[in-house]
Design a protein around this ligand. Structure first.
Ligand code: HEC
Length: 111
């Protein structure tokens, strides 16, 4: 059974890793933000389902106006108590890429 399962799951994971081209911003977002904010940044995660601030695609902001600079400040300055402190160790360049990806998810900038 385990072998059968591995036979089904591994190709899917391998294909995802090899065939899907993702920007640096998307990869970093998936690694550091998606567990709480969701793959589409709408906050639909088990942990934060329904939390109004976990949605990064609406126009409702508590910390700044949700533009690229505001998103970068939130992450790098540790403004959100529930953010893991490890986020503050990301490089400015990386957070800029992440913020760009969030704007793309909102349809506010092109790839
Ligand atoms: C451990 C869960 C968690 C992770 C990981 C996380 N966030 Fe958050 N984030 C939250 C929560 C919860 C809030 C809402 C906090 C509040 O209401 O005070 C929030 C708020 C925010 C806000 C402010 C929203 C507003 O309304 O002003 C931004 C921007 C944000 N996060 C971006 C990010 C980015 C970018 C990443 C990845 C680099 C990230 N977050 C990773 C849980 C998380």
């Amino acid at each position: 059974m385990a072998i059968l399962l591995a036979g089904c799951v591994l190709p899917v994971v391998a294909c995802d890793a090899m065939l899907v081209k993702r920007s640096t911003g998307e990869k970093l977002y998936r690694e550091h933000c998606a567990s709480c904010h969701g793959l589409d940044a709408r906050g639909h995660t088990i942990r934060y389902m329904g939390h109004p601030r976990a949605n990064l695609t609406d126009d409702d902001w508590k910390y700044g106006g949700g533009d690229s600079v505001a998103i970068q400040s939130v992450v790098l300055q540790g403004l959100v108590e529930r953010h893991p402190s490890s986020l503050q160790r990301l490089q400015t360049k990386e957070v800029k890429e992440i913020a760009n990806w969030v704007l793309q998810l909102r349809g506010e900038s092109s790839p």
